[in-house]
Design a protein around this ligand. Structure first.
Ligand code: IPE
Ligand code: IPE
Ligand code: MG
Length: 246
């Protein structure tokens, strides 16, 4: 029996987040340039989005470029930006066909203008789609977004629009870039690295973490289904004891 058949569709995670890692090593293993790994990684993204649509995952968030990734060699950064632009434009029709809405989080204004414009255009073109929301984390850093939220709240308190007592988790989360998106129940990281690398720190407070040695360009929907099966075997206690759960 394949992993897909083992999934209980009544207990699917609503939101899956992925740190797509290992493109560079994948390319290097074949004696190719790192960019080839990034290009191949796009095929994985396509397959995973379709896998999510196929089984009914409502939200998929993929870490495509971190704030720290700006420190890579300029040629790689430029190649990634160009790949991003060509991919979103090429995929717009497929996203619509699959009823997928494109969304983006991160310090988007630091992206090249062409990226900003094309992202806005594809987000608008796919904005009414309802089956799945695909969020690209671009120039994203969790510490950055938490600081931004803190600054906005501080300004509101300073302007007497908000009292300190009214700052609760819900209020704080409403100023994060993921407002209107539920917290991920499952986070997958490929390539054998066991760290979070500044991704969704607030939102992953109670997320189940899944790590696989598979490099991102080799990751396909069957690997996603395997991760979901693993997730469904876990007991999520949220601080309680087993006997308290029904
Ligand atoms: C992930 O693959 C893609 C990005 C971070 C943009 P890497 O480029 O980090 O690949 P490795 O980790 O060097 O193999
Ligand atoms: C994390 O991968 C960021 C993305 C996948 C976009 P990195 O490859 O940049 O992470 P570190 O530097 O190994 O932690
Ligand atoms: Mg990496």
């Amino acid at each position: 029996m394949g992993f897909k058949e083992q999934i209980d569709i009544n207990r699917l995670p609503e939101h899956i987040a992925i740190i797509m890692d290992g493109n560079g090593r994948w390319a290097k293993n074949q004696g190719k340039f790192r960019v080839f790994g990034h290009e191949s990684g796009v095929l994985s993204v396509k397959d995973i989005v379709e896998g999510c649509v196929d089984i009914g995952i409502k939200y998929l968030t993929v870490y495509a470029f971190s704030t720290e990734n700006w420190n890579r060699p300029i040629e790689e950064v430029n190649a990634l930006m160009e790949l991003l632009i060509s991919t979103i434009n090429e995929q717009a029709d497929t996203l619509n066909k699959n009823n997928v809405r494109l969304n983006a989080i991160g310090d988007l204004k630091s992206l090249p203008q062409k990226c900003i414009d094309d992202l806005a255009s594809v987000m608008e073109k796919t904005g009414k789609n309802t089956k799945c929301t695909l969020t690209l984390a671009l120039s994203y850093s969790a510490k950055w977004e938490i600081l931004e939220a803190a600054k906005k709240l501080a300004q509101q308190v300073k302007d007497a629009e908000l009292s300190i007592e009214d700052i609760d988790e819900e209020k704080f989360a409403s100023h994060l870039t993921t407002t209107n998106i539920p917290d991920p129940e499952l986070m997958i990281r490929t390539s054998g690295e066991h760290r979070v690398s500044n991704f969704l720190l607030w939102q992953m407070a109670y997320t189940e973490l899944y790590f696989t040695e598979t490099l991102w360009p080799d990751f396909r929907r069957e690997d996603l289904f395997e991760a979901i099966v693993d997730y469904q075997k876990r007991e999520r206690r949220f601080g309680k004891i087993s006997e308290q759960l029904n």
